[in-house]
Write a protein that binds this ligand. Structure first.
Ligand code: GTP
Ligand code: MG
Length: 216
């Protein structure tokens, strides 16, 4: 029997084109969907509410990591036993969700990290190498990751260093939690990445790598 309560946290910045269909398609796989609307200037929050998501709205942009941090905090308060992140841009496939949850449900793993078919940016290859060496995870920047609530409660936060969604995973591995990886499928994005231009995104990733090397 599955006694788990899965709360999905979707960080979203100006994703009005995709947020409604993403929520509609993930609903059947999780108990609660939390959308963290991070100062969007479009209809992201409104469309997310219409689809029945719990919406946390920031008045201004607090960033990807702070958004998921707030979403996980709320998820824990709502009684989640599993927390899972998912992108708002329609790149992830909802059908991959059960595969991501299963190792936690069966007790085989505490953290499950998706592995995308390829990396979009050059610095992602370096992060992949560090992920492999430190945690046996080949795609630490993948936005589709699931965590047991025990891991989150033990570490006490999702992120404290702007690690682009990687600190909880690395910290869990360091503490001896069992890690699992699953190959996921990916659609291409139809507009601009929200992390900024190629140069800015690569710089953010390099900074995140340095912070992870110091912290974990
Ligand atoms: N809350 C919040 N979400 C963000 C922020 N930046 C990006 N996101 C969300 O994080 C998810 C991933 O962002 P993307 O820009 O798609 O990053 P990516 O998938 O690595 O890049 P692409 O492959 O170009 O799509 C999406 O759901 C974005 O809306 C932010 O500052 N705050
Ligand atoms: Mg994307």
């Amino acid at each position: 029997m599955n006694d788990h309560k899965t709360v999905m946290v979707i960080p979203a910045l100006n994703e009005e084109k995709t947020i409604a269909s993403v929520i509609a398609n993930v609903k059947e796989y999780v108990e609660t969907v939390v959308v963290v609307d991070d100062g969007s200037t479009d209809n992201t929050a409104c469309y997310a509410k219409q689809q029945g998501a719990v919406v946390l709205s920031h008045d201004e942009n607090h960033g990807y990591d702070k958004s998921i941090d707030d979403g996980f905090n709320l998820g824990a308060q709502l009684g989640a036993t599993i927390l899972i992140t998912f992108d708002a841009d329609g790149q992830h496939h909802p059908e991959d969700i059960p595969m991501m949850l299963k190792p936690i449900i069966t007790g085989e793993a505490d953290v499950v990290v998706g592995k995308r078919p390829s990396h979009a940016r050059i610095t992602e290859y370096l992060f992949a190498l560090i992920g492999k060496l430190k945690a046996n995870i080949e795609d630490p920047l993948c936005g589709l990751k699931a965590y047991s609530i025990e891991v989150y409660n033990d570490v006490g936060h999702f992120d404290s260093i702007k690690s682009i969604g990687t600190q909880l995973m690395f910290e869990a591995s360091k503490r001896g939690y069992r890690m699992a990886q699953r190959d996921i499928t990916l659609n291409s994005r139809h507009d601009e990445p929200r992390f900024g231009t190629r140069l800015i995104a690569n710089w953010k990733i390099l900074k995140a790598i340095m912070k992870i090397l110091v912290a974990c």
